[in-house]
Design a protein around this ligand. Structure first.
Ligand SMILES: [Zn+2]
Length: 283
């Protein structure tokens, strides 16, 4: 069957007149206008909210007088209180983790993923570890592998003792089962078995995650020797001092509640975002 291109077009689109063409152009222009109006109204809402101080960063900015930087739906403020090369970035609001509800979200993104900050953090943490401490392995929780690698470099450079066969430090991350239990595969387990394991976490608030890490190390016949954290509410966990760069004194208003006893939930304040070790998902 012979179907020339011209006939196929006519079959599909029908015969177009000049009037039809003008109609299509008009419809296209109306659609463009509507889309533009919608975009402008969205921007207008954001500007309106910002002008009325509805953004949580405005409150933090007033409280701390720090500089702000935009990350998606929340603005973070740097607290330049202690370490200018390793600042603490926070946002105030009502945030939920799997175990607790918080009035501050602490953002560790740059600390964990920017090499210059990770190095600075590693130096600050290593400076607190006793020189007699044996470290064979650093178990990095909460995605702190970059800091862990920098710590391993710092500790080996500074001549800290390690007892493993290769006189080096292993940097490992845990694997979690669907029930949130830590497991180590057969290829990773030898870096735990009989090794002096230092735990590195981004934050120690309830201590729940660190406790499960200590249990896992012991289960695999490792020797937990200490806990390091960027931020910590607790000074001690399972008999180990928690060495941290920042603590609760740096955010005196920091509150952590169990979800059932959260005063913000009881007051009907909506949750601003869900927080886990990867970061935050804002509502
Ligand atoms: Zn709550």
């Amino acid at each position: 069957m012979n179907l020339p291109c011209k006939n196929v077009k006519k079959f599909i689109f029908g015969k177009k007149t000049k009037t039809d063409f003008r109609k299509h152009i008009a419809i296209f222009l109306v659609l463009c206008y509507n889309i533009t109006i919608q975009l402008l109204s969205v921007n207008g809402d954001v500007l309106h909210d910002a002008e009325n101080g509805n953004n949580i960063s405005d409150f933090i900015n007033t409280a701390f007088g720090g500089e702000t930087e935009l990350t998606m739906a929340i603005k973070l403020v740097e607290i330049p209180r202690k370490h200018s090369n390793f600042p603490l970035r926070v946002a105030m609001g009502h945030f939920a983790t799997s175990h607790s509800h918080l009035n501050y979200y602490i953002d560790f993104t740059m600390s964990k993923h920017r090499l210059s900050e990770a190095r600075a953090g590693a130096q600050l943490l290593c400076g607190q570890i006793p020189s007699s401490q044996i470290v064979d392995t650093i178990l990095c929780l909460d995605g702190t592998e970059t800091i862990g690698a920098c710590m391993a470099s710092e500790l080996t450079r500074a001549g800290y003792m390690n007892m493993n066969a290769h006189r080096t430090i292993y940097v490992v991350t845990p694997e979690y089962t669907s029930g949130s239990q830590i497991i180590f595969r057969d290829n990773i387990a030898p870096m735990i078995v009989g090794k002096h394991v230092l735990i590195l976490a981004a934050s120690v608030a309830t201590g729940y995650t660190v406790k499960s890490a200590i249990e896992a190390i012991r289960y695999y016949h490792g020797i937990p020797v200490g806990i390091c954290s960027i931020f910590a509410c607790a000074q001690e966990c399972e008999g180990f001092p928690v060495l941290s760069i920042y603590n609760k004194n740096d955010i005196p208003e920091y509150e952590s509640h169990s979800p059932r006893e959260c005063p913000f939930c009881k007051a009907g304040i909506p949750i601003d975002g869900l927080v886990n070790s990867h970061g935050i998902s804002c509502f």
